[in-house]
Ligand binder design. Structure first.
Ligand code: BGC
Length: 783
């Protein structure tokens, strides 16, 4: 489980630094150094815009929710196959900024370079590059470039480019460009999951270069969406511009500005970049909005944007940081910081966008949103940045109309079925056994919603959106299965795929049935709550949704009679009805180089008829609803699933680690946790170039809080059962809970709970209740 892979970057608490530029690392590092603010996403490519080939780099600039769509050509389409694709579109690049010292172009390939470093400052939300360059002609300059995707202004990305001539006085010229001849690439590297459109998909509508500003507007060929983007420039160090030139071509624009520089005096270019799209506003407003936003950003200036950025991240880290004291704590913490940094920056925050499985860091998985958001990322944001969690849930709610349409296509007269993969709310999965069949997405959304409501007490959201989401998801569960007399009259759900993608179209997937049952219970509870607390709102909703009281009775009946597969012989919960009779998996038949790549090397039928599992499935359900299972049951099931799970998905090890901790298998818990903590930072899966693994990143936070600290929030009851891994001296974290801020420290002596803000907070600790009345309240217990 634990890797012996050496750290790729120097170990440091808050920084990830590359100290030498090596072409072979470039593609991966572009993801490492990618920046986002939940709206704009930009890969960590260089201002010099090196023309790397497609095996070594991918310029990438994205706007959350902005996609291209083409008709999908199926060999054998079935009814209901999504007719059109959705792909997060790679947008025009505006980062390009070339530098000329007395006419000599700066390039890391030419002349000589000293003191190179490129650092992701995770604490501050910034990327910085520093170096001293000597041109082939002997001109020496210190270069410092800072970049941020602004949290203060979601449409803005800012670059501060500082050049200090060290041994000469002369001209410094910046040539800033806009490149609109862009296309998506990743389909070439992962054809199994990516199908992206080929060629340039944006048709230019307008491209101008004037008054210190580059501006572009383009419309996609397929989805008909328009993107506007531009950049504007200012010499912040005060030197007068002695020459300006502009160029506006069909697909590229350039603005070049020259200043006279004096040895020892820095020249600072501030470049503001703006993206806006027709998803945000009317077409006619885009140009004026972009230019106005750029102007305002220039006025604000880079330094103030950077200050605001630091403030934003400071607030996040205050809650989200996990402090660990241990010999290897620094490496683990760096991994956790990296993970939390990326998920925090990637989450859509404007109620109109979700969060991709790869965030906005690359083209992998077409930029699609999956259940990864609800089941892995949201549980972190709910306790650390609840407003970001709310925005993601609100986005899901806004896609109910598309989910209703999808449910009709799947034959359900009522309710909504959320898509397995999507950007615009419609299903984008082309292979239904691994896609639409994952009905559990509905219950996952309901689970995250319920967790959010329990943690925040946000009854306004429940009233405005939540009850509707619960009702519509529950209705599909009430329709998809039936009470079977072959299963003692229990409610059975056939032909679905659970989380595990090596066992598909199965009957009675344990995870699905369990989660569906909870979905129905939460829905019934929410309807009753609304009826009691806002009867008029319930009446209006019932009329709008054509909701009847009898539905409630049916949900109760189904929930009380949900079938969960159980194997008497081994006394475990099999993943589904057929799991125990499938052929045992014989790994020795699989050559080592093919083992992690089954779908790439074997026919699905070969994979699916074996008794093994790609990722946490039943065990995930048992973790989320551990209150229904005894320790003994959890242990038996964990022991079993340990032997059949291959962990071929990055969503797996973190969950096994959590369950292991809960049953006291601390060594295994720690090994799984270690495997997750630096998975992306050290690129264990060798595919980080295509983008982050957001789910695992979030899973590592869960591994500490839900795993080691045993935190659960079930039936509105917060509880802890803290344990300390023997590798650690102590760990400390904070959570936001119903407006209060709770700090938990677990050390060798015991566990300490301090209420920092708000209160009262009640929680169970090893089964007994603790109350902290007000801020300053403290409770300590030996463990
Ligand atoms: C996993 C899914 C996951 C998807 C996106 C797949 O490999 O099996 O559970 O949603 O990746 O991360």
């Amino acid at each position: 489980m634990t890797r012996d892979k050496q750290p790729i970057y120097p170990i440091d608490l808050w920084d990830v630094t590359e100290t030498a530029f090596l072409l072979e690392n470039n593609y991966r590092n572009e993801t490492t150094f990618s920046l986002s603010n939940g709206y704009i996403g930009t890969r960590g490519t260089f201002e010099e815009a090196y023309p790397f080939d497609e095996d070594h780099g991918l310029e990438g600039n994205f706007v959350n929710g902005f996609y291209e769509s083409v008709p999908i050509r199926y060999g054998e389409a079935n009814f209901g196959s999504p007719p059109r694709s959705q792909t997060l579109l790679n947008l025009p690049n505006l980062k390009e900024t070339k530098l000329f010292l007395d006419g000599e172009e700066f390039s890391m390939d030419a002349g000589s370079m000293k003191g190179y470093s490129r650092t992701l400052h995770m604490h501050d939300g910034l990327l910085e590059r520093k170096l001293v360059w000597t041109s082939p002609g002997g001109k020496k300059a210190a270069i410092n470039i800072r970049r941020l995707a602004s949290f203060a202004e979601k449409h803005i990305m800012a670059i501060r480019y500082e050049v200090e001539p060290l041994n000469f006085s002369g001209t410094v010229r910046f040539q800033s460009a806009l490149r609109a001849d862009v296309e998506n690439h990743t389909r070439k590297t992962n054809p199994i999951v990516d199908y992206g459109p080929f060629g340039r998909r944006l048709d230019p509508v307008k491209l101008t270069a004037a008054d210190g500003t580059l501006y572009y507007e383009g419309v996609t060929k397929g989805s008909g969406l328009t993107v506007a983007c531009g950049s504007t420039h200012r010499i912040a160090s005060g030197q007068p511009i002695i020459n300006r030139t502009y160029h506006a071509g069909a697909l590229d624009g350039r603005f070049s500005l020259t200043v006279k520089a004096v040895q020892g005096q820095s020249v600072v270019l501030e470049k503001m970049i703006c993206y806006a799209t027709s998803l945000d506003m009317d077409l006619g407003e885009l140009e004026a909005f972009t230019k106005k936003t750029l102007e305002a950003a220039v006025k604000t200036g880079y330094d103030r944007l950077e200050e605001a950025q630091k403030g934003y991240f400071r607030a996040f880290w205050q809650t989200a940081d996990i402090e660990i004291e241990s010999g290897e704590g620094l490496a683990i913490r760096q991994g956790l910081h990296f993970n939390l940094f990326h998920i925090f920056q990637s989450a859509g925050r404007d109620n109109q966008t979700g969060m991709g499985a790869k965030g906005l860091s690359g083209e992998g998985y077409e930029g699609h949103y999956f259940w990864d958001t609800e089941m892995y990322v949201l549980p972190v944001l709910i306790f650390t940045a609840p407003e970001a969690a709310r925005a993601l849930l609100r986005w899901r709610w806004s896609k109910l109309p598309q989910a209703r349409e999808r449910a009709r296509i799947l034959g359900h007269d009522k309710g909504a079925l959320f898509p397995w993969r999507t950007i615009n709310g419609q299903e984008a999965s082309t292979y239904y056994p691994l896609g639409t069949a994952q009905y559990h997405i509905n219950a996952d959304v309901a689970y995250a919603l319920s967790l959010y409501l329990q943690a925040t007490g946000d009854t306004q959201f429940l009233t405005e959106c939540g009850v509707e989401m619960f009702i519509e998801t529950a209705r599909v569960w009430a329709d998809v299965g039936s009470f079977s007399d072959r299963r003692g009259g229990k409610y059975c759900i056939c032909c679905v795929t659970g989380p595990d993608e090596y066992n598909v179209l199965v009957d009675n997937n344990f995870y699905t049935n369990l989660m569906a049952r909870e979905n129905l219970r939460h829905a019934a509870g929410a309807v009753r709550w609304l009826r009691e607390n806002a009867p008029a709102a319930m009446d209006t909703l019932a009329a709008r949704l054509d909701f009847h009281q009898e539905e409630l009775a049916l949900w109760d009946k189904i929930a009380d009679n949900m079938y969960l597969p159980y194997d008497e012989g081994s006394q475990i919960y099999p993943m589904d009805d057929g799991f125990m009779i499938r052929k045992p998996w014989d790994e020795s038949r699989i050559p080592p180089e093919k083992r992690a790549w089954l779908y790439e090397n074997y026919h699905p039928l070969f994979i699916m008829r074996h008794r093994m599992s790609k990722q946490a499935d039943a065990i995930l359900g048992m973790y989320l609803h551990s209150n229904y299972f005894s320790q003994e049951e959890l242990r038996r099931n964990y022991d079993f699933y340990q032997t059949v799970t291959l962990h071929h998905s990055s969503l797996s090890t973190c969950i096994f680690g959590i369950v292991a901790a809960g049953i006291g298998y601390m060594d295994q818990a720690y090994a799984y946790f270690s495997d997750s903590a630096r998975m992306d930072l050290d690129d264990y899966h060798n595919n980080f170039y295509a983008g982050i693994h957001a789910a695992n990143m979030a899973g590592t936070w869960q591994a500490v809080l839900n795993g080691f600290a045993g935190m659960r929030l079930q039936r509105s009851k917060l509880s802890f059962a803290p344990r300390l891994p023997e590798q650690w001296e102590s760990y400390r974290f904070q959570i936001l809970f119903r407006g209060a801020r709770l700090c938990v420290t677990v050390g060798r002596e015991g566990a300490e709970f301090v209420l920092l803000e708000g209160g009262p907070v009640r929680f169970d600790l090893f089964g007994h209740e603790v109350t902290l009345e007000r801020a300053g309240g403290r409770y300590f217990e030996k463990i």
